[in-house]
Write a protein that binds this ligand. Structure first.
Ligand code: BTN
Length: 262
């Protein structure tokens, strides 16, 4: 394990907490490991990068496919002064930061599928999983672990069948992604920590909204035991999705997920 202090590979930024970047070859899940470190008292700004994950996790109990050497798997420990409800700002700021960073290093046009999937060429290239622990007395976060996974290249034999229709990678198979991974880590951290000190002011709102490609589209709303079709009207300033149902009524959706497959 090697630790790298801020300044060695991430540019100085007055608003960044002191970062300690730790690299490991294989872990079960970087989020799981960083949560253990958080419980043991590790400071804000502890970052874990792994070459592969044996049990990478996604939202809604899903797995995140994390083969060796083809992806970026990173978790960041945060100790923000936020309520549990405000934790959504961490995820949405990270989505904006990751989308901007991917555009910067790849030149690809990047879209955000509400609430936290990053797409290129109509397929998912990056997922974000924020997990938090609450202080029961105050209702504030004790800590949050922000996990970001990016497919840099496809695995040697392609994505598993169940992912082929929905997942893609930034670069073709065979690309040496060592430098790309370093650049992307740096860009994501710098952009996220530029937003972080004022998360509740949402300085990333327009960056997020302008890339949120579901606005104006028909979608399926999946959650709370039901699946309904709706037209997406807009994003509100709480990152809720304003939708019009087929009976003409309008609602704001705050949780669950959407599908573009009708
Ligand atoms: C999703 O697509 O639903 C979220 C995927 C999040 C994947 C990242 S990879 C690094 C971190 N460790 C995990 O186990 N998950 C996140």
């Amino acid at each position: 394990m090697t630790g790298m202090e801020r300044g060695k590979n991430v540019a100085e930024n007055d608003r960044m907490p002191k970062l300690k970047i730790i690299r490991q070859q294989q872990v079960n899940s970087t989020n799981t490991v960083v949560k253990q470190w958080a419980e043991a008292g590790a400071p804000e700004g502890t970052v874990l990068l792994a070459d592969s994950q044996s049990a990478g996790r996604g939202r809604l109990g899903r797995t995140f496919y994390s083969p060796d050497g083809t992806g970026l798997y990173m978790s960041i420990l945060l100790r923000p002064n936020l309520s549990v409800q405000q934790a959504l700002f961490i995820t949405t700021a990270a989505a904006a930061a990751a989308a901007e960073a991917i555009e910067q290093v790849s030149g690809e046009k990047v879209g955000i599928k509400w609430v936290n999937d990053i797409f290129i060429r109509e397929k998912k290239v990056c997922g974000i999983l924020t997990e938090s622990a609450m202080d029961a007395a105050s209702g504030n976060l004790r800590y949050a672990v922000l996990g970001i996974g990016v497919n840099l290249t496809p695995p040697e034999n392609g994505f598993p069948e169940e992912l082929q229709e929905i997942a893609t990678a930034l670069m073709p198979w065979g690309t040496d992604v060592g430098l790309l991974r370093e650049q992307l880590v740096k860009e994501i951290l710098e952009r996220f920590f530029a937003y972080y000190p004022a998360l509740t002011d949402m300085p990333f709102f327009e960056s997020y909204r302008s890339r949120c490609f579901v606005l104006g589209r028909r979608v399926r709303l999946i959650g709370h035991g039901s699946v309904r079709e709706a037209a997406v009207i807009d994003l509100d300033h709480s990152f809720g999705l304003r939708v019009r149902l087929d009976d003409g009524s309008e609602q704001t959706v705050m949780t669950g997920e959407i599908s573009l497959r009708l």
